[in-house]
Design a protein around this ligand. Structure first.
Ligand SMILES: [Zn+2]
Length: 123
């Protein structure tokens, strides 16, 4: 299950950072999810809520930012956002909106990062 392994990795990353910073409490965590990762943000949030129990993350607010897909078309040079044909869940097709070309450079939309962690430190 895609979302579960991702959620596990996020929790581990955040707790590692918190530990290195001697955090007493994690206030909030911002996570960037590119549309092309095919991660379901609601499902990810649900799993994070389960996994954060009994950890430093327990009281933290989870903020999920979805990153839209941006492409550069190798055929016509179009650069910008595009819409996804995700009618087939297992094969997401990205096409140039101008010329329908599928020979593209993906500029964004593949992110899956912990972007920001705010912690409470002891004085
Ligand atoms: Zn094009």
């Amino acid at each position: 299950m895609h979302e579960l392994s991702m959620a596990n990795a996020i929790v581990k990353t955040v707790l590692d950072v918190a530990e290195k910073n001697q955090a007493e409490e994690i206030l909030d965590v911002t996570i960037e999810i590119g549309k092309l990762t095919m991660l379901n943000p609601e499902q990810l949030r649900f799993l994070l809520d389960v996994l954060k129990e009994d950890t430093l993350l327990e009281g933290a607010e989870i903020i999920i930012e979805e990153i839209p897909v941006e492409i550069k078309c190798r055929a016509c040079g179009y650069t910008g956002s595009t819409t996804l044909d995700d009618s087939d869940h297992y094969l997401m097709i990205v096409k140039c909106p101008d010329c329908d070309e599928r020979n593209l450079e993906i500029l964004s939309g593949q992110e899956c990062n912990v972007k920001n962690i705010r912690v409470e430190k002891p004085d």
